[in-house]
Design a protein around this ligand. Structure first.
Ligand SMILES: [Zn+2]
Length: 432
């Protein structure tokens, strides 16, 4: 870690100095293998020319011309990929381990400045691991802090990924923690609470007004094992309430991400027009058919449901295990039927000290082809974010968000946990 910090410092200094010279810097990357984010097959021996923050050309090495004065980065022994996109994170959350006070400690004990400081570290860790774009889906009680972190990254104060932020998120009364305290206490909530279409629309307006790129809605809350051993989820908003949010958000040209586990709340999420289903632990056939018809994105976030299980013989423990087993079935069904699956982790629910790319291994273990898994975190995520051709691809005209790994991720997907090179916007943030 110490070594890396030194490298980061040096490269930031050099970059800042270089940019002060006027004409955009030209950098050339020699890629031994290139997975461009969109093509079905990798390309060998490619030369990527980067001018300023954009990719100018991608050419086979025999035909390539190296511009004079260009800085050449030799990744000829590595696999080069577009910067990765995690479409479900919480930079303001630092794990929910019961031993550390669980979720509540994030809100009850941490001053906002501490939360912001930790969020800057989360953002940097994502970038170090090759995730050059995050869709961060709620600050968990830290207000509009994500808008501030995004501004700090964009202004160059701190290193971090491109951020698509959703600010406070929206749920209904009884639909979000903090909960379980004396009813006389007016406890803070991790999300903005709204009831009725008027309040729901107003909450969306406030969040959009204050900089939300996406609106995050909770369509289910508690879950438990039902009478017949099925996963039951408590629904939150009615279709009418959700439609008010979706209508307002679409009017602003933005999209709605809906947390939905199963049952009534999941179906309301689809009837109300959510653009993405987050988690989708128990997708029945009707839900899958509706997602296909409406073009709904599916961000499954598998890994997080394998953390912090309660003991097996408790109601919570049984629920935790059922969540994971139902999720596996849903993921496989969605994959087989052609639902648009996008990579997301719920980092923050998972401590930021853990590898983000572990989710790739879960996806591949559940039957996804490695190339498909990579595209779910590159070009497919870019389409969801309406950044097609700009991120998630190594091609002329795209932002120069480029990473490399020492091995072959198509043979061993875990290689994506060992990112050795990170460039974002033409600037090198990691090189070892
Ligand atoms: Zn989440």
């Amino acid at each position: 870690m110490k070594n890396f910090l030194f490298v980061l410092y040096v490269s930031l200094t050099i970059s800042a100095f270089g940019q002060a010279q006027g004409a955009p810097e030209v950098t050339v990357i020699r890629a031994g293998t290139l997975i461009d984010g969109k093509s079905d097959k990798p390309l060998r021996d490619q030369v990527i020319v980067i001018r300023g923050n954009k990719i100018e050309s991608v050419t086979g090495s025999s035909a390539a011309k190296i511009p004079e004065g260009a800085t050449v980065i030799d990744l000829s022994q590595q696999t080069v990929l577009p910067g990765l996109i995690d479409s479900h994170t919480h930079i303001f959350l630092q794990g929910e381990a019961p031993a550390q006070g669980g979720y509540d400690a994030n809100i009850l004990n941490a001053p906002l400045a501490l939360r912001a400081a930790r969020a800057t570290v989360s953002a940097r860790r994502a970038l170090e691991q090759g995730f050059t774009t995050l869709r961060d889906v709620e600050t968990e009680g830290a207000g509009y802090g994500d808008v501030g972190i995004k501004q700090a990254i964009n202004a160059g104060y701190i290193p971090g990924p491109r951020m698509f932020v959703s600010t406070r998120a929206i749920s209904s009364t009884g639909g979000y923690p903090l909960e379980g305290y004396a009813p006389e206490l007016d406890m803070p909530k991790g999300a903005q609470i709204a009831d009725g279409p008027v309040e729901a629309r107003k909450a969306a307006r406030e969040q959009l007004d204050h900089g939300a790129d996406w609106i995050k809605v909770y369509m289910t809350h508690r879950s438990w094992v039902g009478k017949n051993g099925e996963l039951v989820s408590q629904p939150t908003f009615t279709v009418e309430e959700l439609r008010a949010i979706v209508d307002e958000t679409h009017g602003w040209g933005k999209k709605v991400a809906c947390h939905a586990y199963s049952g009534i709340g999941l179906h309301r999420a689809l009837d109300g027009g959510c653009d993405s289903i987050e988690h989708g632990l128990d997708l029945d056939d009707a839900a899958i058919a509706q997602m296909l018809k409406q073009g709904t994105w599916y961000v499954p976030t598998i890994s997080v449901y394998y953390t912090d299980w309660a003991p097996a013989d408790t109601p919570e423990g049984k629920r935790d295990r059922l969540r994971a087993s139902a999720h596996e079935v849903s993921f496989k069904k969605a994959l087989k039927s052609g639902v648009k699956i996008v990579f997301g982790t719920d980092m923050g629910g998972i401590p930021w000290t853990e590898p983000i790319a572990q989710e790739f291994t879960r996806m591949v273990d559940f039957g996804m082809q490695p190339m498909d898994a990579i595209q779910s975190a590159t070009s497919r995520a870019a389409v969801m974010l309406e950044m097609e051709g700009k991120i998630g691809i190594v091609a002329p005209g795209a932002y120069a968000d480029i990473i490399a790994v020492p091995g072959d991720p198509l043979r061993d997907i875990k290689t994506l946990e060992t990112v050795s090179f990170v460039m974002k916007d033409g600037r090198v943030f990691r090189e070892k």
